[in-house]
Design a protein. Structure first.
Length: 366
């Protein structure tokens, strides 16, 4: 049997359809659009169901079940004729009673709503076995998957639609349309503060460069209000990054306003808490000895108690004057074995390295 290869058209011509997949239950409506780089005079259509139309863009509804070939004879301005065709399948209708969708964003009824850029990643779910799914997503900005899972992105705001095609083993078809409403992206104004908990006086860096303004808006500048009552200059109109010095402690409401060429204004507020300068706590090492008169007999024990010290000390060092030392806060009673005068010195150190000392003289009798 001889295989006949269709002749190429005598001039560049293509046929676009909406939907792009020409499969659907009756009644099934499709739009056919002829595209060519040469001037087109007319198109004569035969839709394969005993109906005809004229034009380069035509819409036709198939009301009967069957497989049809839509054929067009396209006449160019030079008088040449090109023949192009598409196969249209109109099977019996498939009903899926428990059809739902999982993924993001949620499908509410027959509608998806979101802000640009809108990323759709949804998968049909049903308990019916052996169902084959695919998608039509005309005008999607980016297409990753049109198989069972629809994964597409719409960058620009507008109204679109996607269509789910489901086919069972008996070639019955369900075609479900989902409207996609892409809204303008909402502006997001934010800023960072460094440091976030300064001590007065403090110079703080503010950065609002991560703010998002829709591409339809042109930013003219940033207006900063530092809530500093000591400043009478009012808001400062500048760029996204700025520094400001707070001389006094307090709670300051920081406001940035983003100005645009259209006259719109977007703002954001944060509260900056400027703390009082750090005051060093007074420290004083102190100790008491058991014998308030400072005189004991050789061989007797001496007990020292640093409870009268003020401040928060981390380390303690005792020097009993006879070569003996201790690093305990409350050392064990110390015994002097020889007579004489001894200087007891306590040196206490805080966590930040500050030191305080206290001393006392004790006389040891023979």
């Amino acid at each position: 049997m001889e295989v006949v290869t269709p002749r190429p058209p005598p001039f560049p011509v293509t046929l676009e359809t909406d939907p792009s997949t020409l499969v659907g239950p009756s009644p099934f409506t499709a739009t056919f659009k002829v595209k060519s780089s040469v001037p087109i005079v007319n198109g004569s259509w035969n839709f394969g169901d005993e109906t005809n139309k004229e034009g380069s863009i035509v819409t036709h509804t198939y009301k009967k079940v069957g497989t049809f070939t839509a054929t067009a004879l396209i006449r160019s301005q030079s008088g040449t004729v090109a023949r192009i065709s598409k196969v249209v399948q109109v099977p019996e209708s498939l009903i899926i009673g428990d059809l739902t969708f999982e993924g993001t964003p949620k499908v509410l009824g027959d509608t998806i709503v979101g802000e640009a850029p809108l990323v759709i990643n949804i998968t049909p779910v049903t308990s019916q076995p052996l169902i084959t799914f695919s998608w039509d997503a005309p005008n999607a900005s980016e297409v990753i998957s049109l198989d069972r899972t629809l994964n597409v992105t719409y960058i620009k705001e507008g109204e679109y639609n996607v269509q789910l095609i489901a086919i069972d083993p008996d070639n019955k078809v369900l075609r479900k349309r989902i409207n996609v409403s892409v809204r303008p992206a909402s502006p997001v104004v934010s800023f960072s503060m460094d440091p976030i908990a300064p001590q007065a006086p403090a110079t703080v860096k503010f950065d609002a460069s991560e703010s998002f303004i829709p591409s339809s808006e042109d930013v003219t500048g940033f207006e900063w209000d530092f809530g500093d009552k000591s400043s009478q200059t009012g808001p400062i109109f500048t760029g996204a990054r700025i520094e400001h010095t707070f001389e006094k402690s307090g709670d300051y409401v920081i406001t940035v306003r983003v100005k645009t060429t259209s006259g719109k204004e977007y703002s954001h507020q944060k509260t900056l808490v400027v703390r009082d300068p750090l005051k060093l706590t007074e420290i004083r090492a102190c100790f008491l000895i058991q014998n308030k008169k400072g005189t004991i007999q050789a061989g007797s024990a001496v007990t020292v108690d640093p409870s009268c010290s003020t401040g928060s000390f981390q380390t303690w060092n005792w020097d009993f004057g006879d070569g003996s030392q201790s690093d305990a806060r409350m050392p064990l009673p110390h015994v002097y074995t020889s007579s004489g005068q001894y200087r007891i010195v306590l040196t206490a150190t805080t966590r930040d390295g500050r030191k305080s000392s206290s001393e006392a003289i004790i006389s040891v009798l023979p």
